[in-house]
Design a protein around this ligand. Structure first.
Ligand SMILES: Cc1cc2nc3c(=O)[nH]c(=O)nc-3n(C[C@H](O)[C@H](O)[C@H](O)COP(=O)(O)OP(=O)(O)OC[C@H]3O[C@@H](n4cnc5c(N)ncnc54)[C@H](O)[C@@H]3O)c2cc1C
Length: 403
């Protein structure tokens, strides 16, 4: 069993410290300790591996074992099933702190917690939770498979088919772009039991890597977050027992919509972590680098650029924490989640770009860390709903039924 990072059963919906504090960014003692521990891990154990993992587009397997031992692969899994028994807000903090050092590791932890574990905690039967959450807490990586070659933004146009065969379903089709697929042993897969029923045919299945007829296909060669695996999944008459339907048949659309709304907050966290990491590098470098006889941070032009970036990162963090706190409190957060992901991904791109500029020529080469963060930032505007889709969500809310 992994040793959970924190043991505080008092972490309920809102901590007394947070409730009493006027600032969304005020953390409880427990949250502060958690954040410090995760960042120390990222700094000491992830940082030395970042360049190699990016160059070879592979996750260091020993790092995976250490992430499980740290307890960040099972944040919301209850104690009784071997998890850390912590909250969604802890997942946000973990993703943020890991992404300050490597957003590829950040998204591994994000998908595991905010999509896979989250869906199982909310919709899994007692048997499914015992089987899968126990494994996910111990050493199993999970993946979440909705997108296909022909259905990305229009996710419910998916064509992977599930047909009834006695006490099982037979899945046929392909999924594309699936994060964690190279390492995962359990996959939440969305398929339709009735294409004529539209979104009402969509059903979520728990597919295990060993199921006959299921293979993990080609791994993508990506611009950024290269250590995070992104693969195709192939289902060739893959038999999935009926006991592996997650939630109800025909209700998979609800699972997809609701988990992705929450997952978006995780991507917001990944992006503020990335932006903070880029800003940290820029602050350090500009104080060391000398031109015209003094540190470049002494030029007001540079100071103003850094100040503006710091303001943007803080604004993005407030949006992310606000959405996360609303989610933890059980309040509506749809628009807030869309706003936080959209804004944080733009801030991440701008901040990483500024860091490259402030490093000058050194910002453009792989010997320094900021060019990687610049490449990594781009994905925030694409996955878990592109920026246009977030804008649509916000606009619908703004204009109400007139849309
Ligand atoms: C690295 C990576 C990891 C991923 N991980 C996962 C994963 O784990 N699981 C999973 O299921 N999927 C995953 N995805 C898929 C990802 O969610 C989709 O790529 C994304 O939703 C966009 O879909 P698409 O690529 O088909 O683009 P499209 O939907 O074809 O969009 C192309 C462009 O058209 C725009 N557009 C589309 N529709 C509209 C509209 N109605 N209004 C305005 N503009 C519009 C988009 O904003 C975009 O700019 C991943 C993708 C990548 C690249």
């Amino acid at each position: 069993m992994p040793k959970p990072l924190i043991r505080d059963d008092s972490i309920a919906v809102v901590t007394p410290e947070a409730a009493a504090s006027p600032a969304l960014t005020t953390l409880s003692e427990d949250e502060r300790l958690f954040r410090r521990t995760v960042f120390a891990f990222a700094d000491q154990e992830v940082r030395p591996l970042v360049r190699e993992m990016d160059a070879h587009a592979t996750l260091d397997r020993s790092l995976l074992t250490r992430l499980f031992a740290l307890g960040v692969m099972c944040i919301e899994i209850p104690d009784a099933l071997g998890g850390s028994g912590a909250s969604f807000f802890h997942s946000v903090l973990a993703v943020e702190e890991l992404s300050r050092v490597d957003p590829a590791v950040g998204v591994l932890v994000d998908v595991q917690n905010t999509l896979v574990i989250n869906a199982l905690v909310r919709w899994g039967s007692a048997e499914q939770q015992t089987r899968h959450l126990t494994a996910l807490a111990r050493d199993t990586v999970g993946a979440y498979a909705l997108s296909e070659a022909g259905s990305g933004s229009d996710a419910f146009a998916l064509t992977t088919r599930a047909t009834v065969d006695g006490d099982a379903f037979v899945l046929t089709g392909r999924k594309l772009w699936i994060t964690n697929a190279a390492e995962a042993d359990v996959f939440i897969v969305f398929a339709t039991v009735d294409p004529a029923a539209g979104y009402k045919g969509i059903t979520a299945f728990l597919v295990e890597r060993s199921f006959p007829g299921f293979t993990v296909g080609k791994k993508e060669d990506k611009l950024g977050i290269r250590a995070s695996s992104t693969c195709e999944l192939i289902f060739e008459a893959c038999t999935v027992p009926r006991t592996h339907v997650l939630g109800e048949v025909g209700k998979g659309y609800k699972i997809a919509i609701e988990t992705l709304n929450e997952g978006r907050i995780g991507i917001g966290a990944q992006m503020i972590g990335l932006a903070q990491g880029a800003l940290d590098h820029a602050v350090r470098y500009t104080q060391e680098r000398k031109q015209f006889g003094k540190a470049i941070a002494e030029f007001q032009g540079v100071q103003f650029q850094l100040a503006r970036a710091a303001m943007e990162v803080e604004a993005a963090r407030l949006l992310v924490y606000n959405a996360a706190r609303l989610r933890v409190a059980g309040k509506p957060f749809l628009t807030e989640a869309a706003m936080c992901k959209l804004f944080a991904s733009e801030v991440a791109e701008r901040t990483a770009s500024l860091a490259v500029n402030l490093f000058g020529g050194y910002g453009f080469v792989k010997d320094y860390p900021v060019e990687k963060l610049y490449r990594d930032a781009k994905i925030g505007q694409i996955y878990e709903g592109t920026s246009n889709l977030q804008l649509s969500t916000i606009a619908k809310q703004l204009l109400g039924s007139r849309l």
